[in-house]
Design a protein around this ligand. Structure first.
Ligand SMILES: Cc1cc2nc3c(=O)[nH]c(=O)nc-3n(C[C@H](O)[C@H](O)[C@H](O)COP(=O)(O)OP(=O)(O)OC[C@H]3O[C@@H](n4cnc5c(N)ncnc54)[C@H](O)[C@@H]3O)c2cc1C
Length: 476
């Protein structure tokens, strides 16, 4: 169900210097036979391949895009690689830290404090401390206090049985107060989930608040981790490590069908075919259901998970826009930008040849105007916001723009929906699925993707062992 005429995983660059970072040397002819075929070379697929090869299994990874990394992939700015979409690590991201250590990248990893703010009615309000909250003028003082207590209330109430099936549209006003919810949370949730926002599971919001609370501990601003060159570097190094261990990785080749014959799976891609005993599809449910006829209950579960697309413009500016890393927009712009993220207020501009880098992010429906918009149109739609952030902003500050889009960027965790407990086993023998929807109630995350990859590999390995036992018993 890809949008006609638009590559759903595309980075386009205007300006002269930038090209998508490639992962050279990884496209080899596939092995004719593999134990496991992994569809998708994002973090989940690569982590699955890593865990499978560690069990001595033969693995073939197939990735649509010209390079690995998926949503965490890199592009290049002034010769420095940087993610197509802003990324940072949280203190609790253990899987990611362990992998960075194992790949010998620890000296490129750093912790930094980064500041957050909110743009409301044309004014930027810092939002890093309880004092900032008390100064948040759009709300009355009692409403500010209620909003401030809301996170603790959400964490405590979120554990109750009553909260388990609640929607954010009900729980939000209860936790943060009506005016606090309307001023702050509602615009953010609508920015991310559109008209489905009120029906998002309250449990998802609680998980999100908990994640953030960890980063807020012990200082002003969030304590966030970054890997020099961006997290796409992890994917690239992991892919090289896998290739050295004998894993075949074919990039630039979408799998277009999966069929099962004589107890073996056949994956077709790029006019070629690879045969495997098991398959892991590490991509969205719609990708999976386009490849194979699924059992009815799994297909229905997948169809019950809507996905939002992302369109993100990275601006290269010749000077800073603001002093904040992350500005949430409580006021809407044309084309509904949800946040302005000034990466170079987190990582110094010197790393990017003195360029100041600003991401303009939009979660959208894949038919809408924003999905099809070019960078220029998006900049035009956001100009008023940029000027509200910095009254002197001029378009002439923009030296180059990069635009990235992904169709399957954000599953919508609907209350009462199928995401809780969505199985990794699809119900077809040897076919496993691991997607952004499988980490509910947590939001997406590289570290969570790595953990999920390990989990799906363990499930596939156990199934293979069982199948081998049955086959050898049959032979006896
Ligand atoms: C805007 C944005 C900001 C984010 N910020 C952060 C952050 O700050 N910190 C953090 O930890 N995480 C962040 N994330 C989340 C993180 O990027 C993801 O959780 C993680 O990269 C998901 O990896 P994945 O492999 O599960 O999925 P994906 O990255 O979506 O990988 C799926 C892969 O499957 C491939 N594929 C699809 N169809 C086929 C096919 N038919 N054949 C072959 N291949 C196919 C796709 O091309 C893709 O590479 C962010 C994500 C976005 C979109």
């Amino acid at each position: 169900m890809h949008h006609a005429g638009r590559d759903p995983t595309a980075d386009e660059v205007s300006g002269t210097r930038s090209r998508r970072a490639a992962t050279p040397g990884l496209t080899r002819r596939p092995a004719e036979l593999a134990d496991v075929i992994v569809v998708g070379g994002g973090m989940t697929g690569l982590a699955a391949a890593d865990a499978l090869v560690a069990q001595g299994l033969g693995v073939q990874v197939v990735e649509t895009a010209p390079a690995v990394g998926g949503l965490a992939r890199s592009i290049s700015v002034e010769g420095e690689s940087i993610e197509a979409y802003y990324h940072h690590a949280f203190p609790q991201d253990r899987e990611l830290r362990d992998l960075i250590d194992r790949l010998g990248l620890a000296d490129r990893f750093e912790w930094r404090r980064a500041s957050t703010a909110v743009l409301d009615s044309g004014r930027v309000y810092p939002f890093d401390s309880p004092m900032d909250l008390l100064r948040f003028a759009p709300l009355s003082l009692p409403a500010r206090i209620r909003l401030g207590m809301g996170a603790a209330v959400a964490i405590v109430h979120g554990r109750s049985r009553r909260a388990a099936g609640m929607r954010v549209g009900e729980a939000g006003p209860l936790w943060f107060g009506r005016s606090g919810y309307d001023a702050l949370w509602r615009p953010l949730l609508e920015g991310k989930f559109g008209s489905m926002a009120p029906d998002v599971a309250a449990a998802w919001l609680v998980a999100r608040i908990r994640q953030r609370a960890q980063a807020r501990k012990g200082g002003k601003g969030d304590r966030l981790g970054y890997l020099q060159g961006g997290f796409g570097v992890v994917a690239e190094h992991l892919a090289e490590d896998l290739a050295r261990s004998g894993v075949n990785i074919a990039c630039g080749a979408p799998v277009d069908s999966l069929t099962r014959e004589g107890g073996r799976w056949r994956a077709r891609f790029d006019g070629r075919e690879v045969i495997g005993r098991a398959v892991v599809v590490a991509a969205s449910g719609d990708v999976l259901s386009n490849l194979v006829r699924l059992p009815e209950d799994y297909r229905r579960a997948i169809e019950g998970i809507p996905y939002r697309a992302v369109v993100c413009v990275l601006l290269e500016l010749d000077r800073p826009l603001s002093r904040h890393y992350w500005i949430n927009l409580a006021q809407r712009s044309d084309l509904a930008c949800v946040a302005v993220i000034e990466h170079t207020n987190f990582i110094p501009a010197e790393r990017y040849g003195g360029r100041h880098l600003v991401y303009l992010t939009h979660y959208v429906e894949p038919e809408g105007r924003a999905w099809n918009a070019e960078a220029d149109e998006i900049v035009g739609a956001v100009e008023e916001i940029l000027r509200a952030i910095n009254g002197r902003f001029e378009r002439s500050w923009i030296v180059a723009t990069h635009i990235s889009r992904d169709r399957w960027a954000q599953p919508v965790p609907l209350a009462g929906g199928p995401m809780p407990g969505l199985p990794l086993a699809t119900g077809l023998p040897g076919l496993f699925h691991a997607s952004l929807a499988h980490i509910y109630p947590d939001d997406r995350g590289v570290s969570l993707a790595l953990g999920l990859g390990r989990r799906v590999a363990a499930t596939a390995t156990a199934w293979l062992a069982e199948a081998e036992l049955t086959e050898s018993e049959d032979r006896v």
